[in-house]
Write a new protein. Structure first.
Length: 295
């Protein structure tokens, strides 16, 4: 699971395109997948003709954004064999049947992560997405199926009552939030006592910025990080406009996150009512953890 060739970054690089690039490029090897046989029947919930129409829409959308290698990116985003099986296999060992009744996936794109969640035994699955076109494709994909509930949500505030979900999954989304502390607080608000929160994000102290494959300055304190990225963009504006756009995209659209920040946020928000149960590094530069909220 390496970082993406920077030539794939479109000319209008922004929050949407940077996040999509990361989603499309960071998935486990499809040859390693082993879906639970008891759950395979749930693939019948998807209509083949509708899937083909959604795939065509996504192809047109990414082409319009100026992507290269569009067909592979479409496959990565819409296929069940290119993204989330390893994630849920790892998470499964922590969860009780009660935790699987209601799931929230943050940043659900075109909904493939929701489908894999159903394959892993989750009951009612909800997904929030900030990109209106990706949300629309997911909505079309799951039309008439009450088990899947995609939702367009452009802000930090979630339109769910407190303590709604037994499990919340957030993979490489929190760093795209304007306010990571508020993002974490809001997702913990909708998590039931006794629930589980899966959180994965790029580690700010890794030497490479994973979304753009450029040398990272995310380890710097906020004012100095901003100054360094502005200087980098200014330096490359004429010589290499692509590199300048990447520096601007990182400065504007991403926020540094680290494990120590998450620990501090949890202490401020819930004191002893939440704890990090396990931490791992699923790929170079990424941190994965699971948080248990006390009953």
């Amino acid at each position: 699971m390496g970082t993406r060739d920077t030539r794939h970054i479109p000319s209008d690089s922004n929050l949407r395109s940077v996040r999509l690039l990361y989603i499309a490029d960071h998935g486990p090897d499809p040859s390693t997948f082993d879906y639970p046989r008891a759950s395979m029947a749930r693939l019948d919930e998807l209509d083949a003709e509708n899937e083909a129409r959604c795939r065509a829409r996504l192809l047109g959308y990414l082409t319009k954004l100026g992507w290269t290698n569009v067909e592979q990116s479409v496959e990565d985003l819409i296929s069940l064999s290119a993204g989330f099986e390893e994630r849920f296999s790892w998470l499964d060992r922590f969860l009780s049947p009660e935790a699987k009744t209601h799931l929230l996936v943050s940043g659900s794109a075109v909904g493939s992560e929701l489908i894999v969640a159903r394959l892993h035994g989750f009951g009612e699955v909800h997904g929030t997405e900030v990109d209106p076109e990706l949300f629309s494709i997911a909505e079309t994909r799951f039309s008439g199926n009450p088990s899947f509930n995609p939702l367009f949500c452009s802000g930090i505030k979630l339109p769910y009552p407190a303590s709604t979900f037994g499990c919340v999954v957030s993979g490489h989304v929190i760093e795209h939030s304007r306010a990571p502390f508020r993002y974490l607080a809001e997702h913990l608000r909708v998590l039931k006592p006794g629930g589980w929160f899966f959180l994965e994000f790029p580690h700010r102290y890794h030497p490479t910025e994973l979304h753009t494959s450029t040398p990272s300055v995310e380890w710097l304190p906020w004012p100095f990080r901003d100054i360094a990225l502005r200087f980098r963009a200014l330096r490359w504006r004429r010589r290499d406009p692509q590199r300048a756009r990447m520096a601007d995209a990182v400065r504007i659209d991403l926020r540094p996150v680290s494990l120590w920040q998450i620990r501090v946020y949890l202490w401020v928000l819930l004191r002893k009512r939440a704890r990090i149960v396990e931490v791992m590094c699923p790929s170079p530069g990424s941190i994965r953890l699971v948080i248990a909220r006390s009953a």
